[in-house]
Design a protein around this ligand. Structure first.
Ligand SMILES: [Zn+2]
Ligand SMILES: [Zn+2]
Length: 367
């Protein structure tokens, strides 16, 4: 199948699932309600034996495309178009993505930089923009060490920095959004100044070191969670930017790395892998990597050879979690498969699987 073909099929799927959502005729819906269309979709795609997995994948794509929002991690969704009725902060849902326009409408502010104050609603909106390297806003567990405003020279406790500094006593409510992709603002909820603000040293927009103000803030309710994939994508972008630096610039930046680790909780989707399939895959490899045919590099503490099960067609692409789609690989070959996806290697692995299945013992798995 050419890759071109594949995107077309995906497009079909994505619009089919979107049609199911439309048929529900409500702003908020659940995964179970969409699953009810499984039979209908199965008729259309008789070769797909993982309809529910596919539906979930399409819901993620619809989210990435800005059509729906995930309300939580338990299969509750909302149509973005329903957000037209946003009028005040009570209409905002924590964890949802909003646009700059929507934020301005709700808070009655103009969001040009990291902080926006509104005298009409008596609020201060904070944006922690993780796409820019200028401000180094870090979560340390449930406290966000938020950098004040001012891109050039020393930051002063004036304007919105002053508003935030005095937020404990000036009666202004403070709200936090985080940005990982331009134009997507994750709403995290109301925040408060949790500790005394302090001064730090960071580079300004011209690369000159200067004083900044750091405001340790905390959410009034719960913990800020972001999808793991969103954070990983952002990390990847920063790694790519780092690749382009000269040696001297890289060294200069390495020297300035602070030793405090940025830690936060994340949301993640886990696909269960069957333990029998895993065990069978390793056992039939008998300590030899299915790709390079070399012995496992070491034995684990339980004395079994260290090989890793791998799905030739990835689970995320609807590959089955069955022994006719799995191989056991040494760590090097496993990394190689994920990075290169070389068709020659895939062919070799398919050949190995065929060999296993046609061996006497496993003959029953064919057909
Ligand atoms: Zn290998
Ligand atoms: Zn793998």
């Amino acid at each position: 199948m050419s890759s071109n073909n594949k995107t077309e099929i995906k497009k079909g799927w994505i619009s089919d699932v979107n049609d199911c959502i439309k048929k529900l005729e409500k702003d908020e819906f659940t995964l179970q309600e969409i699953y009810k269309f499984s039979e209908e979709l199965k008729e259309k795609y008789p070769n797909n034996h993982h309809i529910e997995d596919k539906i979930r994948q399409m819901l993620q794509e619809l989210r990435d495309a800005g059509v729906i929002q995930f309300l939580d991690n338990n299969g509750n969704y909302r149509k973005i178009s329903a957000n037209r009725n946003l009028n005040n902060t009570n209409d905002l849902i924590i964890g949802n993505i909003y646009t700059n326009e929507q934020i301005c409408k709700v808070f009655k502010c103009s969001l040009m930089s990291g902080m926006a104050k509104s005298n009409t609603t008596n609020t201060l909106v904070l944006v922690a923009n993780h796409t820019k390297s200028l401000y180094d806003d870090k979560w340390i567990n449930d406290v966000l060490h938020y950098t004040g405003e001012g891109q050039k020279g020393n930051q002063e406790l004036s304007k919105q920095n002053k508003t935030l500094y005095e937020s404990g006593s000036n009666g202004i409510k403070v709200f936090l959004f985080e940005v990982f992709k331009k134009t997507e603002y994750y709403y995290q909820g109301e925040v408060y100044l949790a500790e005394e603000p302090y001064k730090d040293r960071q580079n300004d927009i011209n690369g000159n070191e200067r004083d900044v103000w750091i405001f340790p803030i905390k959410l009034v309710e719960g913990k800020a969670k972001i999808d793991l994939n969103v954070i990983k994508d952002n990390e990847k972008k920063k790694e790519n930017a780092a690749k382009k630096l000269s040696d001297s610039k890289l060294n200069e930046n390495v020297k300035k790395v602070k030793s405090t680790l940025s830690k936060r909780e994340v949301k993640t989707t886990h696909i269960d892998r069957n333990s029998y399939v895993k065990e069978k895959t390793k056992r039939r490899a008998n300590g030899i990597c299915d790709l390079c045919k070399k012995e496992a590099p070491f034995n684990k503490k339980d004395n079994t050879p260290f090989l890793e099960p791998h799905h030739v067609i990835p689970l995320a692409d609807d590959g089955p979690d069955q022994i006719y789609n799995t191989v056991a690989l040494c760590p090097n070959c496993h990394r190689k498969m994920h990075h290169l996806k070389d068709p020659k290697d895939i062919k070799e692995l398919t050949k190995m699987i065929y060999k296993y299945l046609t061996s006497e013992e496993d003959i029953e798995f064919i057909g």
